[in-house]
Write a protein that binds this ligand. Structure first.
Ligand code: 5GP
Ligand code: ZN
Length: 141
C-alpha cells in the first residue's frame, strides 16, 4: 500500500480531505479508500469514492490496488442502497469527459425516479442538515 500522506498532492482538494485539512462529510473509510458526500450533489446522497493517495485516473492506479478500491466501491454501493436500490456509478476521465477534480473518484449517484439529473444546470450546494442526516444513515457498517 502507498502511504496516502506521502503520496498526496498539496493542491488537490481530495488529498486535503484525506488529510483532514479540508472538511467533508465522510461516510466510509478503510486503509486505502475514502467515501464522502459530493458537495454539489446531482441527487440526494451523491457520493464520491476515492483511493487515499493521489492518482489522477484509473489507469494511474497500480494494479495491486484495484481490488481494494473496487471492494471499497462495492461496500459504499451497499450503503447507498439504504437510500435507493437504483443508482449510477460514473467515472469522468479527462477534462473533455467532465473531470474537474484530478484525483480518481467514482461517483455513486442514487436515483429516485427523477428525470435525467446529469444536465449541466447549476447544482445546489449540499445543505448542512441534509448532509448530517445522510452521514448518520450511511456511516454505520
Ligand atoms: P468530476 O467532474 O471531476 O468527475 O467530479 C468532481 C466532483 O467533486 C463534482 O461532482 C463536485 O461537485 C465535487 N467536488 C468538488 N470539490 C469538492 C469539495 O471540495 N468537496 C466535495 N465534497 N466535493 C467536491
Ligand atoms: Zn489528490
Amino acid at each position: 500500500m502507498v502511504d496516502a500522506v506521502e503520496a498526496a498532492d498539496p493542491n488537490c482538494v481530495f488529498c486535503q480531505i484525506v488529510a483532514r485539512t479540508a472538511p467533508a462529510y465522510i461516510v466510509y473509510e478503510d486503509e486505502e479508500a475514502l467515501a464522502f458526500l459530493d458537495i454539489f450533489p446531482f441527487t440526494r446522497g451523491h457520493l464520491l469514492v476515492i483511493p487515499k493517495h493521489h492518482v489522477p485516473r484509473l489507469t494511474d492506479l497500480p494494479e495491486s490496488e484495484h481490488a481494494a478500491y473496487l471492494r471499497a466501491l462495492a461496500k459504499v454501493c451497499r450503503r447507498a442502497e439504504r437510500l435507493s436500490s437504483d443508482y449510477n456509478i460514473a467515472l469522468n476521465q479527462g477534462a473533455k469527459a467532465g473531470q474537474i477534480v484530478f484525483h480518481l473518484h467514482f461517483h455513486v449517484i442514487p436515483r429516485y425516479g427523477e428525470g435525467n439529473p446529469f444536465h449541466s444546470r447549476p447544482r445546489d450546494r449540499l445543505p448542512e442538515a441534509e448532509a448530517r442526516a445522510l452521514v448518520a444513515a450511511l456511516s454505520a457498517p
